[in-house]
Write a protein of this length. Structure first.
Length: 205
């Protein structure tokens, strides 16, 4: 069933995937959305789903993307974003079956939370730490997510760390989406309902 909670989480997924694409190709992205996605990794306690993103406005970019899901005008862009999303959804299943790796992931996030409390979530060292957590856990699962883009950014640690941290944020939102009864069939068979729900959620802004 498509509801507000899994729609917000899905927006978080597409938002992270879109920013991965943007940074990989241009080195830039929306800073407000970036901060919301990174902070979602570090949010351990919350009351409502939107709290994870600092409120619904934290996934505004993602809701906009869902509202324009797989448009004819942006088909190539959208298919690449969908590849990142579906790739992480697939890896989540494998992660769930590997308790050792899952425990290592959670321990890494706990360390990052402590570091963020000391330096702030947007500190370059925190982003680098989150990137390392992704590289040492999720990135070890096959098949690896292959990010396409400009080598100028993909080979620069400043940008590649942001990309890996966003891949971790994408996994975080994916886990939340599944916890809230999200299903890949929503993306395959119920796109129209997803788009309609995203527009309804956005009206709360």
């Amino acid at each position: 069933m498509i509801n507000n909670d899994n729609t917000i989480a899905l927006a978080g997924m597409f938002q992270a995937a879109y920013m991965i694409q943007e940074i990989a190709n241009t080195g830039n992205t929306d800073q407000t959305a970036f901060e919301a996605s990174i902070n979602s990794i570090l949010k351990i306690e919350w009351n409502a789903t939107e709290d994870i993103y600092g409120g619904i406005e934290g996934v505004k970019l993602g809701l906009d993307l869902l509202g324009d899901l797989f448009s004819k005008e942006n088909k190539q862009r959208d298919m690449e974003i969908a590849r990142y999303v579906l790739g992480i959804v697939y890896l989540e299943k494998k992660l769930r079956k590997n308790k050792t790796l899952d425990d290592k992931l959670m321990a890494g996030i706990d360390r990052a939370c402590g570091q963020a409390e000391a330096f702030g979530a947007m500190h370059e060292n925190v982003i680098a730490n989150l990137a390392d957590v992704y590289a040492e856990t999720i990135s070890t699962i096959e098949p690896k997510i292959m990010v396409s883009g400009d080598p100028t950014y993909l080979t620069n640690s400043h940008y590649s760390n942001k990309i890996r941290a966003l891949l971790l944020a994408l996994m975080r939102s994916t886990i939340l989406w599944l916890q809230k009864d999200g299903s890949r069939w929503h993306l395959i068979l119920q796109r129209k309902k997803v788009i309609e729900k995203a527009k309804l959620v956005k009206r709360a802004l």
